[in-house]
Design a protein around this ligand. Structure first.
Ligand SMILES: Cc1cc2nc3c(=O)[nH]c(=O)nc-3n(C[C@H](O)[C@H](O)[C@H](O)COP(=O)(O)OP(=O)(O)OC[C@H]3O[C@@H](n4cnc5c(N)ncnc54)[C@H](O)[C@@H]3O)c2cc1C
Length: 864
C-alpha cells in the first residue's frame, strides 16, 4: 500500500472518528480516551514526523486537561463567567416571567439538534371520551344547526336569544371548569375540537365560546383563585349566569401590555358599612371580548400602596382582580364592531371603584403576580382557541372548495381540473392538514400534562396565518360567488374575520419577531437558561460549578451540532436514525438534519450577537420560522401515525412536510444571507449547506394528488374536515355541496354520454337544459336519467347562486326580521318602530317573491 493511501486512512480515522464521537455526543472523558488510543496507535504504527506527533500530543494534552475539573473552573470558567456577566442583556421582571412560563417539550428536542423521536412517538393519540363525543354529536351539532351567520352578522349584530340560551344551558362556556363546580371538565383536545366545529359554521359563535374557555376569569380562578373565590364564581360561570371577560388591553398599551396605566391604589374605604383597607381602581380598557355583556370583569391593573397599608412596598406591579360589573363606577355596554363579526366586544372603564383586597385573584398574597399569572396561562391557552378556530375554518374551506370547484364548470370542465386552480386547492388542503395536525398533537400533549409555551406561540402564529391563507385561496377559487355578501355566501364572513385572530392574544408580527425564537432560545436551549441562572446565583461557588458544567456541555453540544449538521447535509440525512421504517421515514431524517442546522445557527447567532439578537427581529423571526417549520412538520408526521397511517392521507402528509421543510431551508438561507457577521455566515454555510440548497418544494404531481383528495368523495376528504359541520340539510352549504359532489360523481357517466353525443352531433344545444332534452329525445339517455340530471343541475344552480338586493336593502336595518327575545337574552336587539317593521316585512316578502321567481326560472330553464 502506498504511503499516500496509508496517510489517507489515518486521516479518515481521525476525522471520521472525531465526527463519529461528536455526532453521537460522546462525553469528554470517553472522547479523550478514544482519541488518546488512536494517537497512541498512530505514534507506534503511523509515519508521522516527530514534530507533527509532538503537535498532536500537545493538542491532545490540552483536551485531556479539560477533564481536570478544578483547574478548568479556575483557569477557564471563572474568567469566562466574568465576561459573560458583563455581556448579559438586561431583562425586566415581565420579560423574565414570560420566559419562565410553561415548560419545554418537543420544542426542546428540536432545539437540541438531536431529537429523540421516541419522546414524541410515545404520546398516545388524543381521543374524545364518550361524554365528549356525545357532546360533539349532540349539543355541538345542534348548536351548529341553529347558527345562521348571515342572520347573526348582518341582520341582528348578535347571536339570537335562543342561541345564547342554548349555549348557556349546555355549558359551552364551561368546558374548562371542573365538574365539582358544575362545568364540563373537558380535555384540551375536546375543547379544541368543539371550537373547530363551531368555527366551521360561525366565527361569531366560535369567538364567543372560545374566550371564556381560554384566558379569562375561570382559568385564572382555577389556577390561582382562593377556594372562596372559586365557590363564589365558578358555578355561575359554568351555568352561564355569570358572563366573564378579561380586560388587559388599554388605549396606550396594546402589544406592550405590561405598560398599562390602569391603577389600583391601596387605601381605606367603606365596604358594607365598615371601614376596610381595599383598592381604589381606575381603568380605561378597549377591545375587550364579552365586556359589553359581562357580569364579572377580570381586570389587570398596576397596584400601588403609597401609604404602606399592606406592606413596605410602594409599587406591586401588575395585579389581577375580579370586579362585578354592577358596582358603582364600572362602565360597560358600548360595543366595538370587529370587522362586522358581531361577537360581543367593547370598551370598559372604571372610575374610583372601591373593592376589598380579597377581590384580587388568589387574595392579597397574589398582589403583583398578575403578569406571571397571565403569561403562565397564555402558555397553554394560546395553543387551543385560536389555532383550533383556524383549523375549523380551514376544514370548512377545504370541504367547500373541493366540492365547489368540481360542480362549477367553465370552458365545459370543472374548474378544479385547471392546474392554476389546483395549485390553490393543494394549498387549501395541505395547510388545513398542517393546522389539524398541530392542534391535535399539541392539545394531546397538553392533556398529558405539558404546558408548551413555545409551541403555543408557534400554533398561535402559524394556525392563524395558515387560516388566513386558506381563507384567501378559498375565496379565489370561488370567484365572484365568494365576493357577493348575502345568505348564500359561506366564505366572506370568515375571510373578513381572519385579521381578528391575527391580532389577538399577541399580535402576529410581534409573536413571530419576538416570541417564538426569543422565548425558544432561552427556554428550549439545553444550556442557555442554566448558564443564565448560574451567572445570577448569589452563591459564588455553586454558581461557578453550575456555570462550568453548563458551559462545557454547551461547547460539546455546539461541536456536536457542527458535526451533525455537516454530516447530515452531506449525506442528505440518509443514514440518520429514525423511529419508523415507513414511506415517511425520509421526512423524519430531514427534520433531524434541520434540527441540527437550526441548533447550530441559533448558537452562533447568540454567541456573536448576544443581547442584540433581541432587536434584530428579522434574524430572530427567520430562526423562529425554522423552528416552527420543523415543529409543525413533526406534528404532521405524528398526526399521520395517530390517525392510523392511512394511505389516502399520504399525499397530504408529503405535501405538508415538503412545504414546511422547504420553508425551513429557505428561511435558514435568508438568515445566513442577512447575517451581519459575514465570516461567521460563510463558516455556517459550509456546515449547513455544503451541497447548496437541495430540498425541493412539492412537485406538481404531488399537488395534483392532494387536489384529488379534496375534490372527490372519500375517506381522505372526510378525515381532513372531520370536525366541520357537514350535515346534509337545508341551510348548510357544506352538506349541500357534499351532496352535489356525490351526485356529480354518480352522474359522471351520464355527463360523459352527453359529451360524446355532442361530439357526434346528436346534441347541438349549448344550454345544458336543452342538451338534456335533446339527449333524451335522441335516446342517448333514458327518461329517468334525464330527470336525475335535471335534478342535479337544479341543485347545482342553487349552490352557484348569489344574492342580490333591492337598492334600499343594502345597508343595515333594511331586512331585520322580528325576533322574540327570551329571558336569557343578554342584550335585546333594539326594538324597531311599527313603520319600520312594516317596511321590513314588505321587503322580506319582496325578497321571498324574488327568490321564488329565481327558483322558477332555474327550474323552467332546466325543464326546457
Ligand atoms: C377583536 C379583538 C378582541 C380582543 N379581545 C381582548 C380581550 O378580551 N382582552 C384584552 O385584554 N385584549 C383584547 N384584545 C386586544 C389585543 O390583545 C390587542 O389588540 C393586541 O395585543 C395588539 O395590540 P394593539 O391592537 O394595540 O396593536 P399595537 O400594539 O399597536 O401593535 C401594532 C402592530 O405592531 C406590532 N408590534 C408591536 N410591538 C412590536 C414589536 N416589539 N416587534 C414587532 N412588532 C410589534 C404588532 O404586532 C402589530 O402588528 C382584543 C383585540 C381585538 C382586535
Amino acid at each position: 500500500m502506498s504511503s499516500f493511501i496509508i496517510g489517507m486512512l489515518w486521516l479518515l480515522l481521525f476525522v471520521g472518528g472525531g465526527i463519529y464521537l461528536a455526532y453521537h455526543r460522546v462525553g469528554l472523558v470517553t472522547s479523550t480516551v478514544a482519541s488518546g488510543v488512536a494517537l497512541f496507535a498512530y505514534t507506534n504504527w503511523g509515519d508521522g514526523s516527530f514534530l507533527w506527533l509532538a503537535l498532536l500530543w500537545l493538542l491532545w494534552g490540552g483536551v485531556a486537561a479539560l477533564n481536570l475539573i478544578e483547574m478548568r473552573r479556575e483557569k477557564i470558567t471563572r474568567p469566562a463567567l466574568d465576561i459573560y456577566r458583563k455581556m448579559l442583556p438586561s431583562m425586566s421582571d415581565t420579560e423574565r416571567e414570560a420566559l419562565e412560563a410553561g415548560n419545554v417539550w418537543w420544542d426542546g428536542e428540536l432545539f437540541s439538534g438531536m431529537p429523540d423521536w421516541n419522546r414524541l412517538m410515545s404520546y398516545p393519540a388524543p381521543v374524545l371520551s364518550d361524554e365528549e363525543q356525545a357532546f360533539m354529536d349532540g349539543p355541538c351539532e345542534e348548536l351548529c344547526r341553529m347558527l345562521d351567520e348571515w342572520d347573526i352578522a348582518h341582520e341582528r349584530g348578535d347571536m339570537p336569544p335562543d342561541v345564547w340560551a342554548f349555549i348557556k344551558k349546555h355549558r359551552f362556556f364551561a368546558m374548562i371548569i371542573p365538574k365539582e363546580y358544575g362545568g364540563l371538565e373537558f380535555s384540551a383536545y375536546a375543547n379544541a375540537m368543539v371550537i373547530a366545529k363551531l368555527a366551521s359554521r360561525s366565527t361569531t359563535a366560535s369567538s364567543t365560546v372560545g374566550v371564556p374557555n381560554s384566558l379569562g376569569p375561570a382559568e385564572l380562578l382555577l389556577h390561582y383563585g382562593t377556594e372562596e373565590q372559586k365557590q363564589r364564581y365558578l358555578p355561575g360561570l359554568a351555568s352561564g349566569d355569570e358572563i366573564p371577560c378579561f380586560a388587559l388591553t388599554s388605549p396606550q398599551a396594546g402589544s406592550d401590555a405590561a405598560a398599562i396605566i390602569d391603577s389600583g391604589i391601596v387605601c381605606k374605604g367603606t365596604w358594607e358599612g365598615k371601614e376596610i383597607v381595599g383598592i381604589r381602581l381606575n381603568w380605561e380598557k378597549r377591545y375587550i371580548t364579552l365586556a359589553p355583556i359581562a357580569t364579572v370583569l377580570g381586570l389587570a391593573f398596576k397596584l400601588y400602596d403609597p401609604d404602606h397599608l399592606i406592606g413596605d412596598k410602594d409599587d406591586y406591579g401588575i395585579t389581577a382582580a375580579l370586579v362585578p360589573t354592577d358596582m358603582p363606577g364600572v362602565t360597560i355596554g358600548r360595543r366595538h364592531n370587529p370587522l362586522s363579526v358581531p361577537f360581543q366586544n367593547g370598551p370598559t372603564s372604571g372610575k374610583d371603584v372601591f373593592v376589598p383586597l380579597d377581590y384580587i385573584i388568589g387574595g392579597q398574597e397574589m398582589a403583583g403576580k398578575g403578569w406571571k399569572m397571565l403569561v403562565e396561562l397564555l402558555s397553554v391557552g394560546r395553543a387551543i382557541t385560536l389555532p383550533s378556530s383556524g383549523a375549523g375554518g380551514g376544514q370548512a374551506a377545504a370541504y367547500a372548495a373541493g366540492a365547489y370547484t368540481r360542480i362549477r364548470k367553465q370552458f365545459n370542465v370543472p374548474v378544479a381540473a385547471f392546474d392554476g386552480v389546483g395549485e390553490a386547492l393543494a394549498r387549501i388542503a395541505g395547510h388545513t392538514y398542517i393546522m389539524n395536525a398541530a392542534v391535535s398533537v399539541t392539545s394531546g400533549a397538553i392533556d398529558q400534562g405539558e404546558k408548551p409555551a413555545v409551541p403555543s406561540a408557534i400554533l398561535k402564529y402559524h394556525c392563524t396565518e395558515l387560516g388566513r391563507k386558506v381563507g384567501q385561496d378559498a375565496m379565489d377559487v370561488h370567484g365572484g360567488k365568494a365576493i357577493m355578501m348575502g345568505p348564500n355566501n359561506y366564505l366572506g364572513r370568515s375571510y373578513m374575520a381572519a385579521p381578528i385572530a391575527i391580532t389577538v392574544e399577541g399580535a402576529n408580527i410581534l409573536t413571530r419577531s419576538l416570541i417564538i425564537f426569543g422565548q425558544g432560545a432561552m427556554r428550549c436551549h439545553p444550556f442557555v437558561l442554566r448558564e443564565l441562572h448560574a451567572a445570577q446565583d448569589p452563591d459564588e461557588d455553586r454558581g461557578l460549578a453550575e456555570f462550568d458544567d453548563a458551559l462545557f456541555s454547551h461547547v460539546g453540544y455546539a461541536i456536536s451540532n457542527l458535526a451533525r449538521s455537516f454530516f447530515l447535509a452531506l449525506t442528505h440525512a440518509k443514514m440518520s436514525a429514525v423511529p419508523l421504517n415507513t414511506p415517511t421515514r425520509r421526512y423524519y431524517q430531514n427534520i433531524n438534519r434541520y434540527s441540527a442546522a437550526f441548533a447550530l445557527a441559533s448558537d452562533f447567532a447568540m454567541l456573536t450577537l448576544g443581547g442584540k439578537l433581541k432587536i434584530k427581529e428579522l434574524l430572530s423571526a427567520r430562526l423562529g420560522d425554522v423552528l416552527s417549520s420543523i415543529y409543525l412538520a413533526s406534528t404532521v408526521l405524528k398526526h399521520f401515525e395517530n390517525q392510523g397511517r392511512r394511505a389516502s392521507d399520504l399525499p397530504l402528509v408529503e405535501w405538508s412536510v415538503r412545504t414546511l421543510m422547504y420553508n425551513a431551508q429557505e428561511q435558514l438561507h435568508s438568515f445566513l444571507r442577512n447575517f451581519p457577521n459575514r465570516p461567521v455566515a460563510f463558516f455556517l454555510r459550509l456546515f449547513i449547506f455544503p451541497r447548496g440548497r437541495t430540498y425541493s418544494s412539492p412537485s406538481d404531481e404531488l399537488a395534483r394528488k392532494v387536489v384529488d383528495v379534496i375534490t372527490h368523495t372519500g375517506e381522505g376528504r372526510e378525515r381532513l374536515s372531520e370536525q366541520a359541520y357537514t350535515a346534509i340539510e337545508p341551510g348548510n352549504p357544506l352538506g349541500l355541496l357534499q351532496e352535489a359532489l356525490a351526485l356529480s360523481e354518480e352522474l359522471a357517466p351520464l355527463e360523459a354520454k352527453l359529451r360524446q353525443a355532442r361530439k357526434e352531433g346528436l346534441i347541438t344545444a349549448d344550454f345544458l337544459g336543452h342538451q338534456i332534452e335533446q339527449a333524451e329525445t335522441a335516446e342517448v339517455i333514458s327518461a329517468d336519467e334525464a330527470s336525475a340530471l335535471r335534478e342535479y343541475h337544479v341543485k347545482v344552480e342553487h349552490l352557484l347562486a348569489v344574492d342580490d338586493f333591492a337598492p334600499d336593502q343594502i345597508g343595515r336595518g333594511g331586512s331585520v326580521t322580528e325576533h322574540t327575545p327570551s329571558d336569557d337574552a343578554p342584550a335585546a336587539p333594539p326594538k324597531k318602530k311599527a313603520a319600520s317593521r312594516k317596511k321590513a316585512a314588505a321587503k322580506k316578502k319582496a325578497s321571498k317573491t324574488k327568490t321564488a321567481r329565481r327558483e322558477r326560472k332555474v327550474a323552467s330553464a332546466t325543464d326546457k
